[in-house]
Ligand binder design. Structure first.
Ligand code: FCB
Length: 401
């Protein structure tokens, strides 16, 4: 038996610029190779070199190889991001060669029958933005909108779907609450300021993009977690509801009038248990619990917005490809359920096409459908490629009884 998705369903893979392109110069690269970071990693018994993005997958030069990988999977869509620091290395100075390279890439994808979904900001910022205070500064909002206008003007004849910002609250919490990412702040006041500026950046960019071409589809990618309570009553229930509001809904409520679709990134299920605080079972290489039903739950949670939804990220770190096929199939079965339950699900993008630079965790987590040798940059299909390919060919996953 099959779970068949609509014929025009978007089947894709996702990546982001800093994680695959290589040779970028931005606030992350500076932080990765800073002396403090090196000290910190050495003290933790780690090899700092494994935490420097360096040439990553060298996708900036090997984009034709990436297209070949996409063809091998058989996707009809690809989500990638633009590296702001390449396009605008100095404030107001836009590098035409870089812009043309991105235009060419989008063109090539179209030629191959792959629809580009483009993210404008997936976390690193140019050094001049860092120096003006990143998203703490209101100036960054206006600068981002200008950058968005330049890219959309250049690319909109090839790119119809735009994602302004990736996971605003993951960025805010890791950079300004837990302090794990640059600029390593621990300040709720700053976090709130940054989140407010990201709301504004999205809204203004939305309006600016629609002015360029009102038929473009604009949204953002939101990381939502399925918070369940150990018992469906009492204090755990209250906490689960409060966390759902703060993490899943607060941002989306603020941009609801400025989005044509919602991009959902799903990775986590948190079972709230105030009393025992038990740790969840772990399955992925990073210790993230694999809980396909959570995808169904967070999708259902988006029903209230009444917008089309794309799953813009979903995947797992699984070097040996032990759970990927199961996780993919099972999650898609759950995703399929929402179609008959009032959620207008339009597409699924697997994270990720390639093994890549996983932020503060460096190169150890292997999220790729393709394994990457980070010395030679060679890409090699993991067995799950064939599984995803078959799902796409069949229009959905088989149901295993
Ligand atoms: C998401 C990020 C993406 C990648 C995956 C594993 O939160 O958007 O860049 O790191 O997690």
């Amino acid at each position: 038996m099959k779970k068949t998705f609509p014929v025009n369903f978007r089947w894709g893979c996702s990546t982001s610029a800093h994680q695959i392109e290589g040779s970028t110069v931005n606030d992350w690269t500076q932080w990765e190779s800073s002396i403090d970071r090196e000290k910190f990693l050495r003290q933790a018994g780690k090899n700092p070199e494994e935490f420097i993005s360096g040439m990553a997958c060298d996708s900036w030069n090997r984009f034709e190889q990436d297209i070949a990988c996409l063809k091998e999977v058989g996707v009809n869509s690809y989500r990638f991001s633009i590296e702001w620091s390449r396009v605008e290395p100095e404030r107001g100075v836009f590098d035409q060669t870089v812009i043309e390279r991105y235009v060419h890439f989008a063109q090539r994808l179209k030629e191959e029958g792959i629809e580009p979904f483009v993210t404008l900001w997936h976390w690193p910022v140019p050094l001049w933005v860092r120096d003006q205070g990143r998203w703490e500064s209101p100036q960054t909002v206006g600068d981002f909108v200008k950058f968005a206008e330049v890219m959309v003007t250049a690319m909109h004849s090839h790119v119809r779907t735009w994602i302004t910002i990736n996971e605003p609250l993951v960025y805010t919490s890791n950079s300004y609450v837990t302090g794990q990412w640059p600029p390593q702040q621990k300040s709720l006041r700053k976090a709130f300021r940054v989140a407010r500026h990201l709301v504004q950046a999205h809204r203004h960019a939305y309006t600016a993009i629609k002015k360029i071409d009102s038929t473009l589809q604009v949204g953002l990618s939101k990381h939502n977690i399925h918070f369940s309570a150990k018992q469906p009553w009492g204090v755990n229930q209250v906490f689960a509801r409060a966390l759902t509001y703060l993490w899943n809904e607060w941002f989306l409520n603020r941009v609801r009038r400025h989005q044509d679709f919602i991009g959902l990134n799903y990775y986590f299920h948190n079972s709230v248990d105030v009393k025992f605080g038990k740790k969840e079972k772990v399955y992925s290489d990073m210790g993230w619990e694999l809980y396909p039903e959570g995808l169904y739950r967070v999708l259902k949670g988006l029903k209230r917005y009444g917008k089309p939804v794309y799953i813009t990220e979903h995947g797992l770190a699984d070097k040996d490809d032990r759970h990927r096929a199961w996780y993919l199939q099972e999650s898609l079965r759950y995703a399929h359920q929402v179609l008959n339950e009032g959620v207008d699900l339009r597409g699924y993008f697997h994270w990720s096409l390639l093994d890549n630079f996983e932020w503060a965790d460096g190169f150890f987590p292997r999220f790729g459908l393709f394994e990457v040798d980070f010395v030679t940059c060679e890409r090699k299909a993991r067995p799950s490629v064939a599984v995803y390919r078959e799902i796409i060919e069949q229009g959905g996953p088989e149901v295993l009884e």
